[in-house]
Design a protein around this ligand. Structure first.
Ligand code: BTN
Length: 280
């Protein structure tokens, strides 16, 4: 039985999108644990077909090819597992406390520091491959974040002392280690591991759980209270009639108002349809 993938790092100076590259590699048979890291991306992809600002070396932009040995219904937890891994790694290496916003944004001080784009291909009752893409803002881009996202975006360095240095390689290694632990948990324990991961993610969603949120789904926008995560990573909310609703694909913002706060940090509307598969 596979317990932990070992990672094989492919570093490129520039690419359009590490997720696109990793996906091509996955489809042509790349091994579990292949990682593509880019200095900059010319067409970084965000969730729900948006773009991701990563045109400079102000962040850590990478994607991991995975061939997880668990049931496809757990694939929705890959994005959440990666967000948990980033929050834990950041805390361990820098002492900066991050929390999560569903489905897989990492926030510091209520602003988005990292986004995760997970894609997966499932067939014949198994996950053929998955690609987990992670974008962490280490610094502000030159000239700052564009005005439309600057109120909701942040960088890790903003929360560290002026003397503190960020070691990209160590951070990448720490995130991959944490991710490997969560994957091993899901592979080893199945549904029980999923419960454990979901509990951990819920704890990190402390600024969201039990609070009013605005949910913006394809079918429309509504307000509700965030109640819990289910074991496939769906968000269970209670609407004002007390009904319980399971949300599987949406953006949320904490509090009232347009669901466009931290979730859309660095993102612009799509030039083409999203390619997201079941993993969120
Ligand atoms: C989001 O919308 O929050 C997800 C953003 C994911 C961005 C990362 S950067 C590395 C990888 N390559 C991409 O094209 N996207 C992901």
């Amino acid at each position: 039985m596979k317990v932990k993938p070992s990672f094989d790092i492919l570093q490129v100076e520039e690419t359009d999108s590490t997720n696109r590259m990793a996906r091509v590699l996955a489809e042509s048979g790349a091994c579990d644990g292949t990682v593509v890291v880019a200095g900059r991306q010319t067409a970084g992809r965000g969730r729900r077909g948006r773009s991701w600002l990563s045109s400079g070396d102000f962040g850590l932009w990478f994607s991991v090819v995975l061939r997880p040995e668990f049931e496809p219904n757990l694939a929705g937890l890959l994005g959440i597992g990666a967000a948990v891994a980033v929050a834990r790694a950041v805390d361990k290496l820098t002492g900066v406390s991050a929390d999560l916003k569903w489905p897989n944004d990492v926030l510091i001080g209520g602003r988005k520091v990292c986004g995760v784009l997970a894609e997966a291909s499932t067939a014949a009752g198994r996950v053929e491959w998955a690609v987990v893409g992670v974008g962490i803002n280490l610094f502000h881009p030159e000239g700052g974040f564009p005005p439309e996202i600057s109120p909701v975006a942040t960088s890790l360095s903003e929360h560290m002392g002026p003397e503190a240095a960020i070691d990209r390689e160590r951070l990448l290694g720490a995130v991959l280690d944490e991710l490997a632990d969560r994957l091993a948990l899901l592979e080893r324990e199945g549904a029980r591991g999923a419960c454990e991961l979901v509990d951990e993610a819920e704890r990190l969603m402390r600024s969201m759980m039990g609070r009013r949120i605005t949910v913006k789904a394809a079918s429309g926008q509504f307000e509700a209270v965030a109640v819990r995560l289910d074991h496939e990573g769906g968000l269970v909310v209670a609407n004002d009639c007390g009904e319980s609703i399971r949300v599987t694909s949406a953006d949320v913002s904490i509090g009232y108002g347009p669901a466009e706060s931290a979730e859309s940090a660095q993102s612009a509307e799509p030039a083409e349809p999203a390619e997201e598969a079941p993993a969120r």
